[in-house]
Design a binder for this molecule. Structure first.
Ligand code: NAD
Length: 406
């Protein structure tokens, strides 16, 4: 008997449908077994299976002090080093980062790969994603949050101001919101910046100095962060420590920072712009080596008291701000001299007056308070630290250098 015509017609589409069904099953299985993290909520739902949850629990499992630390911005420069140091001493560490493309995201991926080898998992997601943060807190009872995620850089604010508001203000509030509701509440240490001193002319910069004259939107968002921290401490009993970092540099650093792109440009024979301030004074920075900053961050975590607002029982909680600098500002011209020596190549310098686009002429930290309360004591001078950076830079950007370990 002949088949009715519609059945003839449906033979091919049925096979196609079957093929599509098997492809779907295969893809679903693949995603279940090998979850790829992503900040896209739909894809994140797909990845949020038991394997993903297990990776999170394993990464955050503590081996010594029973500290479990959520590090935001973990694929960033400071985040990488802090996460490695915490893991090395036995703390449980989980990272989160949105891997944005402000600078080469391949560098962030390489940092995350390095963390992965050290058994630190970096969840790909945005700190503004409250549902994701809540999920992470359901999976792990974090004792501490090291909040480093931010839109960094001073000049980029003129191109993309909303990214600063989004990451540095909304993102901070989102993190504090989840911390406030967590039980137990974690203690929070977060990165403010020396830029809050803005046009302050009192040197060296002390935590007691005024910070109400920011020279850039970046600085204004960090200053706003300090005020927001006060509010969450006051109302919800969160223990919060702000760290004002002074120009951090070192291996795995940020390509948008002068020491990094000067190195790139000197090696390529490109002209570099060196800014000078008013009265032909060279611009100077209190360059601080990454390992010194890491010690300061760990000191802040170790001396952080517990938050007091869990379950609504509020006592006064700790609220602190510290300068983390090196206390020896170096003129940018001197930075270039050191790089020339280390790279064995003359720089082609062009001197320009410093434009009014957010930078300040000098920074200089008074670190007495951090010394007293955190045991912070920087030990690396600029020449020694830059040597480490240049060694890393050569290795990383050589073809074989992509798999190097610190
Ligand atoms: N490096 C310095 O000299 C310096 C100086 C002062 C303050 N700081 C502060 O220290 C912290 C770390 O700085 P860094 O030099 O490592 O910068 P970085 O840009 O290398 O690291 C920040 C990381 O946060 C991530 N991030 C940004 N917005 C995010 C969001 N909304 N959600 C999730 N992840 C997000 C980025 O992808 C990046 O990997 C920042 O808060 C920065 O403002 C740094």
């Amino acid at each position: 008997m002949d088949r009715p015509p519609y059945l003839h017609r449906s033979r091919f589409p049925t096979r196609t449908k079957l093929l599509a069904l098997w492809t779907f099953i295969f893809l679903a299985l693949f995603l279940f077994l090998f979850p790829r993290s992503s900040s896209d909520p739909t894809r994140r739902l797909l990845q949020a299976g038991p394997v993903w949850e297990n990776r999170i629990r394993l990464s955050a499992r503590s081996h010594s002090h029973s500290r479990r630390v959520l590090v935001t911005g973990a694929a960033g420069f400071v985040g990488l080093h802090v996460s490695l140091a915490l893991k090395r001493r036995g703390d449980g560490v989980l990272g989160i980062d949105n891997f944005n493309s402000y600078y080469e995201s391949s560098l962030k991926r390489s940092r995350a790969a390095l963390l992965d080898r050290a058994e630190v998992f970096v969840v790909e997601g945005d700190v503004n994603d409250g549902t994701l943060l809540k999920k992470l807190f359901e999976l792990v009872k974090f004792t501490h949050v090291m909040h480093l995620a931010a839109q960094a850089g001073v000049r980029y604010a003129m191109q993309n101001p909303s990214s600063y508001v989004q990451s540095n203000i909304a993102g901070l509030v989102s993190v504090l919101e989840v911390c406030k509701s967590a039980n137990p509440q974690p203690a929070i240490v977060w990165a403010s910046s020396s830029s809050v001193y803005g046009l302050n002319s009192q040197v060296p910069f002390s935590e007691k100095d005024r910070t109400d004259q920011p020279a850039s939107l970046y600085a204004a968002t960090k200053k706003a962060g300090e005020e927001i921290a006060h509010t969450y401490n006051h109302i919800y009993g969160l223990s919060i420590t702000g760290l004002r970092f002074f120009t951090v540099y070192g291996p795995w650093g940020r390509p948008d920072m002068a020491y990094f792109f000067f190195t790139q440009d000197i090696l390529k024979g490109k002209t570099i712009k060196v800014f000078e301030g008013a009265d032909q004074k060279s611009v100077a920075r209190d360059f601080t080596y990454i390992e010194d900053i890491v010690k300061g961050c760990l000191g802040a975590l170790d001396t952080a008291e517990r938050s007091t607002g869990s379950g609504g029982k509020k006592r006064k909680a700790q609220l602190r701000v510290f300068n983390l600098g090196n206390t020896s500002p170096v003129a940018v011209n001197e930075l270039v001299n050191i790089l020339e020596k280390l790279l064995d190549k003359k720089a082609r310098r062009m001197v320009f007056p410093m434009p009014r686009n957010g930078d300040v002429p000098f920074t200089h930290a008074n670190i007495t308070l951090a010394q007293k309360e955190l045991g912070y004591k920087p030990t690396t001078n600029l020449e020694t630290g830059l040597k480490e950076f240049v060694n890393w830079y050569r290795l990383y950007y050589s073809k074989s250098g992509m798999n190097i370990v610190l």
